[in-house]
Ligand binder design. Structure first.
Ligand SMILES: O=C(O)CCC(=O)C(=O)O
Ligand SMILES: [Fe+2]
Length: 309
């Protein structure tokens, strides 16, 4: 953390005092965000909202969670994809707090994991989730304003589901693949990590770049496939992976968002140069079909095959 070298990933500063709707800083930041999403599908955000104390406490709490017995962690079940416990490799484990916008969900999750309660976990998970949701909403608002579709912002937010994932990658032993190369099947993903690097992102010229957060208040923002569909292909998710090399476990928090219902492409994205690329997109159905497809074909279900025109 705290690399002084110039980042190859765009870094967007959200800590400026005058970053308020209508200001010059707001407009220039909106432009930077859309450029970053169109060019790379991701960017680093520097926030001012995460204290070092919260950063440390949430990762202590995440460690305590992952130290629970496996049969307890597996109680974190959901019939919807990407919401409950899963393990993507021999060194990876992930739990999810579904509908994390509601404090009650974090309380229920905490009580499921610790029947005698764990206030420290609940309070800090709720705090970091609120920060990440606010960040996501601000980015989405800026994206909608930039493309001149702000009238759809409120209904879009109402239809967004927020899930907080708590990921652990074991220390490096022999297999260094924490998460294989993928693009996110979400609408958006925000990653916050402890002091162990490992997330690598493929930028637009094909180069793989390690995410080295500038501070404890940094986040990596990713566009998912649903944002690609929504933007009629203006925005593309980028490939990324997690590689392990450290002798210590890597912990990350991921706020993943999904569209609840059918996502339609705003008319503003369609013209002679940009013909309509996709049918209305049912995100949950796509995730379910994607899981079935990947099991039978051992490959990702291409979005064009699912709902391309
Ligand atoms: O944990 C990380 O660093 C990345 C996680 C990720 O890529 C994902 O959950 O899709
Ligand atoms: Fe990812």
């Amino acid at each position: 953390m705290g690399s002084q070298t110039l980042s190859k990933l765009p870094v967007i500063d959200f800590s400026k005092e005058d970053l308020k709707p209508g200001t010059q800083t707001w407009f220039s930041t909106c432009k930077e965000i859309c450029q970053a999403l169109e060019e790379h599908g991701c960017f680093i955000v520097e926030c001012k909202d995460v204290s070092l104390d919260l950063h440390n406490k949430i990762f202590d709490a995440a460690k305590e969670l992952h130290d629970l017995p496996i049969d307890v962690k597996m109680k974190n079940f959901s019939d919807k994809p990407f919401r409950g416990y899963f393990s993507a490799s021999s060194v990876h484990e992930s739990l999810g707090i579904d509908n994390v916008f509601a404090l009650e969900s974090t309380q229920n999750f905490t009580n499921l994991m610790w029947p005698h309660g764990n206030d420290l976990f609940c309070t800090n998970a709720n705090k970091i989730a609120r920060t990440m949701i606010d960040l996501d909403r601000m980015v989405i608002r800026m994206v909608f304003e930039s493309y001149g579709v702000e009238k759809y912002y409120d209904s879009h937010i109402v239809s967004t589901d927020y899930v907080l994932r708590l990921n652990k990658y074991k220390e490096y032993i022999e297999d260094n693949i924490g998460l294989p190369i993928h693009t996110d099947k979400t609408l958006t993903t925000i990653i916050h990590q402890n002091h162990i690097n490992g997330l690598e992102v493929q930028i637009s010229d094909g180069e793989w770049v390690t995410y080295d957060p500038p501070s404890h208040s940094s986040f990596l923002y990713f566009a998912g496939v649903a944002l690609q569909v929504w933007s009629n292909n203006r925005i593309h998710p980028c490939s990324h992976r997690v590689s392990l090399s450290a002798k210590e476990a890597r912990h990350t928090l991921g706020l993943v968002t999904f569209h609840n219902g059918v996502l339609r492409i705003p008319n503003q994205f369609v013209d002679d140069q940009h013909p309509l690329k996709y049918k209305p997109f049912d995100h949950l159905d796509y995730l379910r079909q994607q899981m079935i497809y990947s099991r039978t074909h051992k490959a990702v279900y291409p979005i064009e095959a699912y709902c391309g025109l």
